[in-house]
Design a binder for this molecule. Structure first.
Ligand code: HEC
Ligand code: HEC
Length: 470
């Protein structure tokens, strides 16, 4: 009998050991599978150009060599600032020389879908105010989309890359590399030389039909334009724009909401996000009107389009309060107020404070799952959590204005008030937002839904480049 028990125990422990061994064997195997799923696929269109862009994106092309694009657009943080501490405090990521800009890095993923910047009058009156502006890159759209195109750097067989011209190529060309508050390299010739001497430099020739990286005075403009184009191509890759979140996976199984792969709370959040009901005082389904701005597919799609970007790529003033924690407390960013005229008509401040509506994809993506890793929201990062920005949409106009006009988010929440908007004259009026009459459960459901929009794969810095045959 005892022997039998021993035997059972033995087999149990063998089984157990086998499970552990199996786990040890399968774990690296699974990791391998997972990491190959994350890699830039060689089957992608224009793979070499994209791979060149990827190496440049992750390379510390800065002075001193401490900062890459990924320092401010880290995939693991949803392609925004890498550091929780920065998000919590200064919001602005210090440049390579420890000097500061004035804005929060928006997500660089999904930005490649932005069309060229353009404005036109509402209701088909193209030349009449009020104007709606859309497209471009940056919070104020000033990477408009024609700058790299005007350099004429393609031609011949390279015309196949024309699709990478546009706003995001202009953004890379603008350029973070030589901006003193970003990577701070002294000039584009230096940037060119750094890439020329990098181990991955052969990719440039491979991508550009054997044209050498020429950093001479006559050619550097062309070369630098082509570097910007490679960054644009990478940022247009499936690796960067994965469309592979919990929402996308559950939708691919099910096609229509409510999704089986969602909790009831997430399905409720989806319904609220994508339903319009001004102030929730009309009969019909309750809604939070978010998709009025955070959708490029509605009204046709009802939130069910697989390639939903969660932004209409237009500009609005939601009433974000001033953030005085940004180093040197700069004047609030004027956004589209940069435009003095639109189609020849003077704008007279009507566009002050208009900022680009950001994508909701990856708004909750963080290196760790909990809110202990702080993310900052809005162009000046005044908001520190999804909970608080959703609460703001719900109650901007329902709560009193804070006595302290420059209160922090923490103080405003404690005092149950909201500070005045940076640009109160141009804010989106009550109705669409500000007094939505949502319950605490409904606010929480919207947050739960936003959390389903994080891409599951996380691209990593590529391994050092070794010459290979493709
Ligand atoms: C020091 C931090 C920093 C570095 C380094 C940096 N960025 Fe940014 N990035 C920002 C900030 C801040 C903005 C917003 C600036 C503005 O709107 O005026 C921005 C905006 C962008 C946008 C616009 C997104 C949109 O939706 O409009 C893209 C794309 C982008 N950066 C890509 C890059 C690339 C590519 C590099 C490397 C060549 C880079 N960034 C380097 C901070 C940084
Ligand atoms: C009228 C257009 C509009 C509506 C409606 C709207 N948003 Fe926004 N949203 C914006 C704009 C514009 C910004 C950028 C604001 C800024 O920088 O000050 C923004 C920013 C955000 C951000 C911060 C993202 C980031 O990366 O910094 C979140 C989160 C957000 N909105 C969620 C929502 C939710 C949830 C709703 C519905 C309750 C909603 N929005 C309704 C236009 C809108």
């Amino acid at each position: 009998m005892e022997k039998r028990i021993m035997k059972i125990q033995d087999t149990e422990s063998i089984k157990h050991r086998w499970k552990i061994t199996a786990a040890i064997i399968t774990l690296p195997f699974l990791l391998m599978l997972a990491s190959s799923a994350m890699a830039l696929k060689s089957s992608e269109d224009d793979f070499k150009l994209k791979l060149l862009g990827k190496y440049i994106f992750f390379d510390d092309i800065s002075d001193p060599r401490v900062q890459s694009c990924a320092s401010c657009h880290a995939p693991k943080s949803g392609w925004t600032a890498e550091s929780s501490n920065v998000n919590k405090k200064t919001v602005v990521v210090p440049g390579a020389q420890e000097t500061f800009g004035t804005l929060k890095p928006p997500s660089s993923a999904y930005a490649s879908f932005s069309p060229n910047f353009n404005c036109s009058g509402e209701g088909g009156n193209v030349n009449e105010a009020p104007f709606i502006c859309e497209g471009g890159n940056f919070w104020d759209g000033r990477a408009e989309g024609n700058e790299v195109a005007d350099l004429n750097i393609l031609g011949g067989g390279l015309d196949r890359y024309t699709k990478y011209l546009g706003a995001i190529a202009d953004q890379a060309h603008a350029s973070p590399f030589t901006n003193p508050v970003e990577q701070a390299v002294v000039n584009i010739t230096e940037v060119c030389e750094m890439i020329k001497s990098a181990p991955y430099a052969p990719l440039y020739e491979m991508a550009y039909d054997n044209a050498p990286i020429d950093c001479s005075a006559n050619e550097v403009e062309t070369t630098f334009g082509r570097i910007a184009l490679a960054l644009s191509a990478y940022q247009a890759s499936d690796e960067v724009n994965a469309f592979d979140s919990k929402r996308d996976r559950a939708l691919a199984e099910d096609f229509t909401f409510p999704l089986d792969g969602f909790t009831d709370q997430e399905n409720l959040g989806h319904a609220l996000f994508h339903t319009t009901n001004l102030n929730n005082n009309t009969s019909g389904p309750r809604g939070a009107n978010c998709s009025g701005c955070h959708s490029n597919k509605e009204p046709e799609s009802n939130g069910e389009a697989p390639d939903e970007l969660f932004t209409n790529m237009q500009y609005q003033t939601i009433g974000t309060p001033r953030n005085i924690k940004i180093p040197d407390n700069p004047e609030p960013n004027i956004g589209l107020g940069r435009l003095e005229t639109i189609v020849g008509i003077p704008v007279n401040g009507a566009m002050n404070g208009f900022h680009k509506t950001p994508t909701m994809r990856n708004v909750d993506k963080r290196p760790i799952r909990t809110n202990e890793f702080v993310k900052a929201y809005g162009h000046n990062g005044w908001f520190k959590s999804l909970e608080s920005i959703v609460h703001f949409y719900n109650t901007r106009d329902a709560k009193p204005v804070c006595d302290d006009p420059v209160a922090s988010e923490k103080k405003a929440l404690r005092k149950n008030c909201w500070p005045p908007a940076e640009f109160p004259d141009t804010i989106v009026p009550n109705g669409v937002m500000g007094n939505l009459n949502l319950t605490a459960e409904e606010e929480a459901a919207i947050v739960a839904y936003l959390k389903t929009l994080s891409d599951i794969p996380t691209p990593k810095k590529p391994k050092p480049y070794h010459l290979r045959n493709f």
